[in-house]
Each structure stands twice: as structure tokens, then as C-alpha cells.
Design a protein around this ligand. Structure first.
Ligand code: ZN
Length: 150
């Protein structure tokens, strides 16, 4: 964060981005043909996420999510699908690790540009109960990738 912006300004921008993804989710719906399909729940908050993934070789060529729950869980799912679409499973693993580190309190992970819009969720790390909400879509993706690997 080298921009000359106050923490409050950044917080407001991040809040706006989260609400934007919550209100206008990207890649929400179902795929006509999916190679992996998983459903995960976060009983603590009542969040539900269904994820369908289509692969092309080592690449996640398309994915869509469905679900309901709090703004953090749904915005995180929307951002996740936008970020990983078209990427290789290796690239996705690296992003997933960085995001998990960020959520577990490693604030310097937020400097990684690969995280893209997910950096807007960095404040969630301060609220352990919400970290599960933010990671739910990534758990779904992890299961979908595992389902596909032999
Ligand atoms: Zn939640």
C-alpha cells in the first residue's frame, strides 16, 4: 500500500467493492457441462456455496457458483471465480495459499498483486468468525480440484 490514501479511505473503497460483488455477483449460475461439482456450508453463519468447474487440460476454463449467505461469503465467491477463471491449477494454488495467509493474519500477503480484488477482504482477518465466510468459496474450489485429480 504505497498510495497516499488514508486507512479510512482504503477501508471505504474496499467496503464498496465487497458490496458491489455481493449485489452484482460475477459468474453466478450453473454450467451446462461441469467436470466437478461441489457444495459446501458454513454452519456458523448459514452460508452455502455450490461450485461447478470445467477444466481444459491443467486450466480452469470456466466456473460458476450458486449459493446464499452473508455478504462476505458471497462477495468472496464472486471475486474468487473472477480471479481464477482461465488460470492454471498451479497459479490457483499459489493465489489460494496467499489468500489463506492473508485471512490468517499475515498482512503482508495483501501486497501480492495476484490477489486482485480479494485484497478488499483483508480487514476480515480481524474477525476470526468471518474468516470462515471468506474462505468458504476457496474450500469449495479446493474440493472441486481434488475431485478432479485422480
Ligand atoms: Zn458468513
Amino acid at each position: 500500500m504505497s498510495q497516499p490514501r488514508s486507512a479510512a479511505e482504503i477501508g471505504a473503497l474496499y467496503q464498496e467493492l465487497i458490496l458491489d460483488h455481493y449485489r452484482r455477483p460475477r459468474n453466478k449460475g450453473t454450467l451446462e457441462k461441469a467436470d466437478a461439482s461441489v457444495e459446501v456450508k458454513n454452519p456458523l453463519c448459514g452460508d452455502e456455496i455450490g461450485l461447478q468447474v470445467a477444466f481444459d487440460g491443467d486450466c480452469v476454463c470456466d466456473l460458476k457458483f450458486s449459493g446464499r449467505g452473508c455478504s462476505i461469503s458471497q462477495a468472496s465467491a464472486s471475486m474468487m471465480t473472477q480471479l481464477v477463471k482461465g488460470k492454471s491449477t498451479e497459479e490457483i494454488d499459489a493465489i489460494r495459499k496467499q489468500f489463506r495467509d492473508l485471512m490468517l493474519g499475515n498482512a503482508s500477503a495483501a501486497d501480492d498483486p495476484r490477489l486482485g480484488p480479494l485484497r478488499a477482504l483483508s480487514g476480515v482477518a480481524r474477525f476470526p468468525a468471518r474468516v470462515k465466510c471468506a474462505l468458504l468459496a476457496w474450500n469449495a474450489l479446493e474440493s472441486a480440484l481434488a475431485e478432479r485429480s485422480p
